[in-house]
Design a protein around this ligand. Structure first.
Ligand code: OFO
Length: 175
């Protein structure tokens, strides 16, 4: 049986993952309002990944015999000055999520919960990938600056991203 402290910490992380989903949907909406449909698509896929992250934790808690306690989701930022600002905020957010995951691992270590420690490794690895993917986009946006052609080319590239449910579903439903 999972400890009360560990279950509470995972419940909080579920809320943070749902907030991430919400934040990326808000960025999707703003980018779509700027006719940057490729970037909006990228954010939509990102939001689905966050939904998966939340549900994977949700299913893990249930599998360990704990109760899931869903909490209110905070309102995300809805307006951005430009695509660079939106993606920079996404990068800042992913760095915060990496910190949250590390803190969750710290709880698992303190609670001597090897099963949760092992389960969380997937998130540790996922965060490394997420940070580097968003950082690449931020760097490209910095490179193109105000150049309309460059923005359009990047928008076209980001239109190709598709959502693929991770193979290691651990009982979570993908989308
Ligand atoms: Fe992109 O963060 Fe979830 O874990």
């Amino acid at each position: 049986m999972i400890s009360k402290k560990m279950a509470e910490a995972i419940n909080e992380q579920i809320n943070k993952e749902f907030f991430s989903e919400y934040l990326y949907i808000s960025m999707q909406g703003w980018l779509a309002s700027q006719s940057l449909d490729g970037m909006a698509n990228w954010m939509e896929v990102q939001s689905k990944e966050e939904h998966f992250h939340a549900m994977k934790l949700f299913n893990y808690l249930i599998g360990r015999g704990a109760r899931v306690h869903l909490m209110a989701i905070d309102e995300p930022t809805n307006d951005f000055e430009n695509p660079l600002q939106a993606f920079s905020k996404a990068l800042e957010h992913e760095k915060l999520m990496s910190k949250n995951i590390n803190e969750l691992v710290d709880v698992a270590i303190k609670e001597n919960d090897h099963a949760t420690r092992s389960f969380l490794q997937w998130y540790v690895d996922e965060q490394v990938e997420e940070e580097s993917t968003v950082e690449r986009i931020v760097n490209m946006l910095k490179m193109v600056g105000e150049n309309g052609n460059g923005i359009m080319m990047l928008d076209r590239e980001l239109a190709t991203r598709t959502y693929v449910a991770p193979a290691d579903a651990s009982g979570a439903t993908g989308a």
